[in-house]
Design a protein around this ligand. Structure first.
Ligand SMILES: *[C@@H]1O[C@H](CO)[C@@H](O)[C@H](O)[C@H]1NC(C)=O
Ligand SMILES: *[C@@H]1O[C@H](CO)[C@@H](O)[C@H](O)[C@H]1NC(C)=O
Ligand SMILES: *[C@@H]1O[C@H](CO)[C@@H](O)[C@H](O)[C@H]1NC(C)=O
Ligand SMILES: *[C@@H]1O[C@H](CO)[C@@H](O)[C@H](O)[C@H]1NC(C)=O
Length: 387
């Protein structure tokens, strides 16, 4: 953008203004002729040259033409352009680091990580790994999770949002066949039939199959059938709608902390994803079959590994060395619940000396560990999960 000619910028501005205007009036009716549309596309292409960072290509895509709208359930979806209500208790980023983010896309467009052929091939592999029990010739993959869970044991308590500050570490020693993730998971239907288990999650991970490298990436995930057939990481399938001009799932994340909040917008019922600076995007209500509210929220770290390799580290690789801080669970008005209704419970698939999870209302969740767990071959794991 820095080298953009003044006249070009003006043309873009007018086009964007036009687009905004017509779109605001009626999303379905565009007042652009075919020729104008073609010209707009040519303009966008030349102005929004794709750029590369860490070998990943990013594009600025017309907000109305992002891949999310290919989802059949989003045929009639009205794009939400503004996040109407933000929780009052939103966290601020505690660090004074200068945010080194990719450049900002022009108004009316959103930053999108370009999906490559290789991405889709690896995503298929993830799908295949999920159905691993059907594949006789595949090595079993086991996932170990540790964290804290807030549940609606008190029937009158439903969750509508969560906000926290996550420490972020650049983990080494995660093999290409393994994953290590730190995440916020918003669940509904976790005790009922899989076909109605709805989940949205976001955080950061080292995940070669999802991202194509061993760097730490900001990621999102969603599913509406308990990780069976629906959903995917980032925007590898249609569903998550991107609204930010400079932050997008799949981005390489190099800062030492991440402020994340996931909440249900009371006006639109879409599930919003925001950081401390901006609204990143949202999961539209149409894609869910059971997410009017959440019955369980987890803050956790998951390490997954083929069972013939020692499991990878989580957090910063030290026992309890990483944390989630300023954890706020939100009610329908997006106000924090008092701690006594949250039914916080820590869980730990595998404990010391491999992993740790300690939760305290005042100081937060401390988690992480060096890993190194390897199940005995004569005791094949009974459950397979993939997150
Ligand atoms: C979209 O709207 C049309 C007309 O109201 C309706 O027939 C169709 O079922 C809707 N599709 C979806 C996916 O909601
Ligand atoms: C986190 O919570 C503490 C204690 O309530 C507060 O003093 C601090 O300002 C909060 N930090 C951020 C970044 O919101
Ligand atoms: C359940 O939640 C309601 C509403 O927040 C609260 O008034 C009540 O004390 C809670 N009951 C228990 C047993 O925690
Ligand atoms: C990541 O992968 C590259 C290339 O495969 C390798 O050279 C490097 O050591 C790996 N880094 C970490 C932190 O695992």
């Amino acid at each position: 953008m820095g080298h953009m000619e003044g006249s070009q910028a003006l043309v873009l501005f007018i086009l964007c203004a036009l687009l905004y205007h017509s779109v605001a009036a009626d999303h379905t009716a565009r007042y652009l002729s075919e020729a104008e549309e073609k010209e707009l596309q040519t303009q966008l292409k030349s102005l929004n040259k794709p750029y590369d960072e860490y070998g990943i290509t990013f594009d600025c895509v017309d907000i109305y033409k992002q891949p999310a709208f290919d989802h059949p359930l989003l045929k009639n979806h009205t794009l939400q352009i503004k996040s109407i209500s933000f929780p009052k208790s939103m966290n601020k980023n505690p660090s004074s680091e200068t945010v080194k983010l990719p450049r900002r896309c022009p108004r009316g467009t959103v930053l999108i990580r370009r999906t490559t052929r290789e991405d889709l091939i690896r995503e298929k592999q993830i799908q295949r790994t999920k159905r691993i029990d059907l594949q006789e010739d595949t090595v079993t993959v086991e996932a170990y999770t540790a964290g804290v869970s807030f549940s609606d044991l008190n029937e009158s308590v439903k969750f509508y949002g969560i906000s926290a500050i996550l420490d972020v570490y650049q983990l080494s020693g995660v093999l290409d066949t393994q994953t290590s993730a730190t995440q916020i998971v918003v669940n509904k239907g976790e005790t009922g039939p899989l076909d109605y288990r709805n989940v949205v999650q976001a955080g950061f991970h080292v995940h070669h199959e999802a991202e194509g490298d061993n760097l730490t990436h900001f990621f999102t995930y969603w599913t509406t059938d308990g990780y069976q057939k629906t959903g995917c990481f980032n925007i590898h399938c249609a569903g998550f709608i991107q609204t930010s001009e400079r932050t997008t799932p799949g981005l390489v994340y190099t800062l030492s902390n991440m402020v994340l909040s996931i909440f249900k917008d009371p006006k639109t019922s879409n599930w919003m994803l925001v950081n401390d600076k901006e609204w990143i995007g949202y999961w539209p209500k149409e894609i869910f079959n059971n997410l009017a509210d959440s019955s369980q929220i987890q803050l956790s770290a998951t390490a997954s590994s083929p069972t013939d390799q020692p499991s990878p580290p989580t957090g910063n690789g030290e026992l309890g060395g990483a944390s989630f801080k300023n954890i706020t669970v939100l009610n329908g008005e997006l106000n924090p619940y008092p701690p006594y209704v949250q039914h916080a419970e820590t869980f730990l698939d595998i404990g010391k000396p491999f992993y740790e999870a300690i939760y305290n209302v005042d100081s937060g969740l401390f988690y992480g560990g060096p890993g190194g767990w390897k199940p005995e071959p004569q005791n094949p794991p009974s459950s397979i999960s993939h997150r």
